[in-house]
Design a protein around this ligand. Structure first.
Ligand code: DP6
Length: 344
């Protein structure tokens, strides 16, 4: 038996991915950009074992057995095995390793945060799984595109710091990969606060929400063609210049536009709750009071907020949140993290 354990962090999208041009290869309609959070507070941890003794492949998520026939999981297994085969034939090193490709796999994964509450748990989960499988089967080179087959945003959790997922142009998806834009050390003062409003499962999963938006939202078309390419360039400049005002404005506009697209979807999809909207209002009121932008919010496909701010403002903003938001269940403070994958 061979066994390995990996941990992978959550990534929070600043420029959002919403909509696919290919559902099987998980190719997005637009490029996106995220920051990778510290895996101590928010991470997936996956142990993968392969053995010739196992009679079938099995998977457990947070101790509950899952259906292994899930097509995304099967696509990931197939791609890993094909690449492993290719890597070993190139190195004339088939033998044992090739035999291992036929063994069954046992996967045990757990998150230390709410699984389906819009905190990118599938991203961390698939990123972790792909890293573990690549390690076990000896696959080297680019593997973010394999993580993408599990969940689009997972490709961004393969790196630390600020990460761009290039939408790519090729039909086979070979150029739709994640790339680091800047390391965490580039902007060490930047902090994220995750406000967990609820850990309920979201009503509409991202995959289904995106499909509905692609089919019905006019705003999504305009966004993809005319707005996102410009914003990707703008946010990269803001990161390069460590320009918090600009970074914050794009971050909030991106979040608002994602949720505007959701409302423009027919029937509309609502991820934000009354508490989410109160958080947004508080951020705008606080920024106005300070006379400059001190905090930015962003929401993915759920009501939980991620706030970005600079280290010096963390104590003030935390006490504000604690004062006004009893409904916020828990709050994590996180650094932008640099080295997401650990193979102990
Ligand atoms: C709102 O990556 O979860 O968080 O590719 O269908 O698995 P699938 O969707 P997923 O969608 C994430 C959507 C988002 C925005 C983002 O992370 O960019």
């Amino acid at each position: 038996m061979h066994i390995v354990t990996c941990a992978a962090p959550v990534n929070i999208a600043i420029v959002k991915y919403w909509g696919k041009r290919d559902e099987t290869l998980m190719l997005p309609l637009n490029s996106s950009l995220s920051v990778t959070l510290n895996p101590v507070q928010l991470r997936a941890k996956t142990t993968v074992a392969i053995s010739r003794e196992f009679d079938k492949s099995r998977m457990w998520l947070n101790s509950v057995e899952q259906n292994i026939d899930n097509p995304r999981l099967q696509n990931v297994f197939r791609e890993i095995k094909q690449r492993a085969y290719r890597c070993h034939s190139e190195k004339n090193n088939c033998g044992n390793r090739e035999d291992m490709l036929n063994w069954h796999i046992h996967i045990c994964s757990e998150n230390n945060f709410p699984t389906s509450a819009g905190l990118a748990s599938s991203a961390a989960g698939y990123s972790c799984l792909v890293s573990a499988l690549a390690y076990l089967f000896g696959v080297d080179g680019e593997i973010s595109d394999i993580a993408r087959l599990g969940s689009g945003s997972a490709c961004r959790s393969m790196y630390g710091g600020f990460v761009e997922w290039d939408m790519g142009r090729c039909n086979d998806g070979s150029d739709s990969v994640a790339r680091p834009v800047a390391s965490n050390e580039h902007w060490p003062e930047l902090r994220a606060l995750i406000l967990v409003v609820t850990d309920d499962n979201k009503k509409t999963k991202s995959t289904e929400g995106m499909q509905k938006s692609v089919n019905t939202s006019e705003l999504l078309k305009t966004r993809v063609e005319r707005i996102v390419p410009h914003r990707i360039n703008e946010i990269k400049e803001a990161i390069r210049d460590k320009d918090f005002d600009r970074f914050a404005e794009i971050t909030m506009k991106e979040s608002n536009q994602l949720h505007a697209v959701c409302l423009d979807t027919f029937p509309p999809i609502e991820y934000l709750t009354e508490v989410s909207r109160r958080i947004m209002n508080l951020v705008h009121r606080f920024n106005k009071l300070c006379g400059r932008t001190k905090v930015a919010y962003t929401f993915d496909a759920g009501p939980n907020a991620c706030l970005f701010l600079l280290e010096e403002d963390v104590p003030r903003v935390l006490s504000l949140i604690r004062h006004f938001f009893r409904p916020v269940n828990s709050c994590f403070e996180s650094f932008i993290h640099g080295l997401p994958i650990e193979v102990p």
